[in-house]
Every structure is written in structure tokens, then in C-alpha cells.
Design a protein around this ligand. Structure first.
Ligand code: SF4
Length: 374
């Protein structure tokens, strides 16, 4: 019998040096008084759960690397599980120092995810980033010197004024670092952000769908030619360096989230924590649960969600595995849908799996909408 994998562990560190113009992730500007209380609260929250073993750890946020050395040590010592295969921490160039890299090394972090976002300083300024391309270079090479052999670089595409030529330049410059993983997220207009306000005030415009699709195809061409596996719509990896933690989300597997605004999904139940640090500390410090809400989605909902998430991945879905996992006959419900999407060259059958084509990845929302919830 195949044993069930352990869940992944996600820790949301809600601090950044400065809020970027486009970002809707929950974080506040670094508040030294609160970082110690936050780390203590995460420790308490973790102890309150029955789950004790994890096979991936992802410390994200926010910007975990803004925590000072003592707080980083306390945080990592409470959440590092020796059984974890992949242990990732997110860092930004301006706060990554050799002292912090040494701490990551000491605590067994084996994957770094560094936010570059753009190789052009004018674009970084436009996005409200506080680091320069030169800062990133220094941080990246320092990480390599420390022996980190699994590094992701985050890039953002699809913002106003960007051209295919400019984006190409970004990709070629990023390839010079030869990272193991590259994430290329298309900038979304997130409600309530300064970027959103500028769009509403007509100060900046949204990229056309055609240009966004052009950027997506160009990215695929350049990065796959350079030997990267385009394994998820926005993610590329050297073979074998795909993010194990993020694959858990896309395969709809189990994970435990700690910290304000984090989500968890374990034993068929989903829950989410209160959205702000104030509320989070107020509850955990008074021995109360930081949970804001929970739900136990019906089996058919989980089945449907697993299909939609799985079709973000190049590996696609295995209908027989899904039928067995959820006790629902995939082919009985979706045979016509799959045939239609194959005829439209959006999906292909590959042995026992159904996978999106490149066109199916570009039109992922449409593909998902064809799989109607039963
Ligand atoms: S993009 Fe990253 S660094 Fe910028 S505010 Fe959001 S979490 Fe912080």
C-alpha cells in the first residue's frame, strides 16, 4: 500500500521593509516590537496542532529575510522538521546578508526563493521595489558562495509599458545566473493596491490580452530552449528542481499554514486564519485559536477543484487516479468535455493522463470553465 505523504508546512511572515505598489499579500511594514511576539505566536500555533511531521517547509510572506538573526533562529528552530525534503525560505535582495545565509544553512534550508521581479532598475522603481538589479546580483552570488544549489528567481511580467523586447531582455539577463527555478508571474491588478488606484484613475493602462499571451509564449520559448521544464503555467525548473511544496497546492494535497492570513487543508477540511497580525497576536497570546473560518467541501467540489488545479500543470491529471481518490467516475461526467478540448487543441492525452497543451495553458481559465461542477 502506498502511504499518504506528510503535509507541507507554510509559515506566513507578515513583515516587509516597504509595501510594493502591486502587492496584495498580507504584510505590514517591519515593526521590530512585533517580530518577537509573532515568532512566539507561530511557535504556539504550531504546538496546538496534532500534525507534527511535514515533508516540505515554505517560509514565505511578506519577506522572511527582514527578521533579525535572533528571530530567524527562533522561527526556524520551531518549524524545521528533519524529515522535510524541501525547505524553502523567501528572501529579498536588500535584506539578505551573509549572517542570515549562515543561519539558513545552519537550520538546513535547502532552497532559496529570491524576489528579483525585474532586471531593469526603472521597472523596479515603477513596481515600488526598494532594491536595485545590482543589489540582487550581490545577493544571488553571495547565496551561491554559501553553497545554495537550489535557487528560485521571481520575475513579474505584464505591466504597463512592457514590451516583448524588454521582457526578452529580462529573461536573458536572468538566465545568466543559471538559477534552478524561475517563476514568471503576470502582474494582476489587485484590489486596494496603489497600482489598482492608478489603473482606476487612468494613470496607467492594463496590458492587452494579446500582448500578455505573446509574453507568455515568448517566455515558454526562451526558457524551454534554455533547458527548463515549463511544469506549471507560471513556473519553470531545471529537471528535478520543481517546487515540491507548491506542487502540493496544485495537486490539491495537504498543507498546514501558520501565521495571519494563512490557509490550511488537512483531512478534507479547509480553514483560514484571521487576516491581520493584530488579530492573530490578540488570539494566540490569549491561548485562543487564530482560525477565522473553516469548511469541509463536498467530495464533488474537491474532485472538481483537483481537476482545475491539476490542469495548471504540464503533467495534467490522471482520470483513473482521480476517480479512485474521490469515488467519482471521471469519464462518465467529463468524456464530452475532454473530447471537445482535445479537438480544440487545448488538451492532449498522454498515456493515462490528460495534459494541457501550451494553448491550453494560455487559455487555462477557459479550460477550467468547461469542466462544470456536477
Ligand atoms: S511583493 Fe513581496 S516584498 Fe513587496 S510588499 Fe509584497 S510580500 Fe512584500
Amino acid at each position: 500500500m502506498i502511504s499518504k505523504p506528510n503535509p507541507g508546512l507554510y509559515v506566513h511572515v507578515p513583515f516587509c521593509r516597504k509595501k510594493c505598489n502591486y502587492c496584495s499579500f498580507y504584510s505590514i511594514e517591519l515593526d521590530g516590537d512585533k517580530t518577537g511576539r509573532f515568532v512566539e505566536a507561530v511557535n504556539r500555533e504550531l504546538s496546538s496542532h496534532n500534525v507534527k511531521h511535514f515533508d516540505t517547509l515554505h517560509v514565505g510572506g511578506g519577506t522572511p529575510s527582514v527578521l533579525d538573526s535572533d528571530k530567524l533562529k527562533s522561527l526556524l528552530s520551531c518549524c524545521i522538521d528533519g524529515g522535510c525534503r524541501e525547505k524553502t525560505i523567501e528572501a529579498n535582495p536588500e535584506s539578505l546578508t551573509d549572517e542570515k545565509l549562515k543561519i539558513f544553512e545552519d537550520y538546513g534550508i535547502n532552497r532559496l526563493s529570491i524576489g528579483l521581479q525585474s532586471t531593469e532598475n526603472a521597472e523596479l522603481k515603477f513596481l515600488g521595489r526598494i532594491h536595485s538589479y545590482e543589489d540582487f546580483k550581490e545577493a544571488f552570488f553571495m547565496s551561491r558562495e554559501f553553497g545554495f544549489e537550489n535557487i528560485n528567481i521571481d520575475l513579474i511580467c505584464g505591466f504597463e509599458g512592457q514590451t516583448i523586447e524588454g521582457w526578452r531582455e529580462n529573461l536573458y539577463k536572468t538566465l545568466e545566473f543559471n538559477p534552478e527555478h524561475i517563476s514568471c508571474y503576470c502582474l494582476g491588478i489587485e484590489k486596494g493596491t496603489p497600482y489598482d488606484k492608478c489603473v482606476k484613475d487612468g494613470k496607467i493602462s492594463v496590458l492587452s490580452e494579446d500582448l500578455a499571451a505573446g509574453i507568455f509564449l515568448e517566455t515558454d520559448k526562451i526558457l524551454t530552449r534554455a533547458g527548463y521544464n515549463h511544469y506549471e503555467i507560471s513556473n519553470y525548473a531545471r529537471p528535478g528542481k520543481e517546487s515540491l511544496h507548491n506542487l502540493k497546492y496544485w495537486r490539491n494535497l495537504e498543507y498546514l499554514g501558520l501565521g495571519p492570513s494563512s490557509w490550511s487543508c488537512i483531512s478534507g477540511k479547509r480553514w483560514w486564519n484571521v487576516p491581520t497580525l493584530e488579530k492573530y497576536l490578540g488570539l494566540v497570546e490569549n491561548d485562543r485559536s487564530p482560525l477565522e473560518g473553516s469548511e469541509s467541501p463536498e467530495n464533488k467540489v474537491k474532485f472538481y477543484e483537483t481537476i482545475c488545479l491539476g490542469l495548471r500543470l504540464k503533467e495534467g491529471i490522471d482520470p483513473e487516479e482521480l476517480s479512485g481518490r474521490f469515488g467519482i467516475d471521471f469519464w462518465k461526467i467529463y468524456e464530452n468535455t475532454v473530447e471537445k478540448l482535445i479537438a480544440g487543441k487545448l488538451l492532449v492525452k498522454s498515456e493515462r493522463r490528460i495534459c494541457p497543451t501550451l494553448k491550453g495553458m494560455v487559455l487555462n481559465n477557459y479550460v477550467g470553465s468547461e469542466f462544470v461542477l456536477i
